[in-house]
Design a protein around this ligand. Sequence first.
Ligand code: IDP
Ligand code: MG
Length: 145
Amino acid sequence: MIKPDGVQRGYMGEIISRFEKKGMVCKGLKTFMTPREVAEEHYKDLSSKPFFGDLCDYICSGPVVCMVWEGPGVVKSARLMIGATNPLESAPGTIRGDLAVEVGRNVIHGSDSVESAEREIALWFGGDDELLDYEMCIKPWVREE
Ligand code: IDP
Ligand code: MG
């Protein structure tokens, strides 16, 4: 998910392009103004942290872009492309390493496990009618199988 700072800074195209170029397939994408309850549910594991309130304010402060990307090992691969939580520790070449300087303005969220991805897709998307089932015509040039 591209966070509100990523949208406001004009990085939608840049970020989407990185996943496209990698060879991942976009199975869902939408802009969304996040209701407070959705932000709190999304980050419920962090509800005891001192920054929880500011984090939910941040996520609700403007439109986000929710995305579902498919590919081999996509959760781990996307997390590597996104970089460390603190952009000052994210490697150059990663999204956060290249585009951000503060942990509270780190431009993108990525699911940290397949289970989290399933939970988050169910939370942010309104069911299967918002997700696509298709193949890219370039698939044989990206995937060996
Ligand atoms: P992640 O986004 O890399 O998975 P998490 O630990 O799950 O990192 O934290 C979720 C989000 O909460 C981070 O992306 C960041 O925006 C925010 N956050 C995490 N740690 C801090 C902190 O120490 N101060 C302020 N915000 C934080
Ligand atoms: Mg996380």
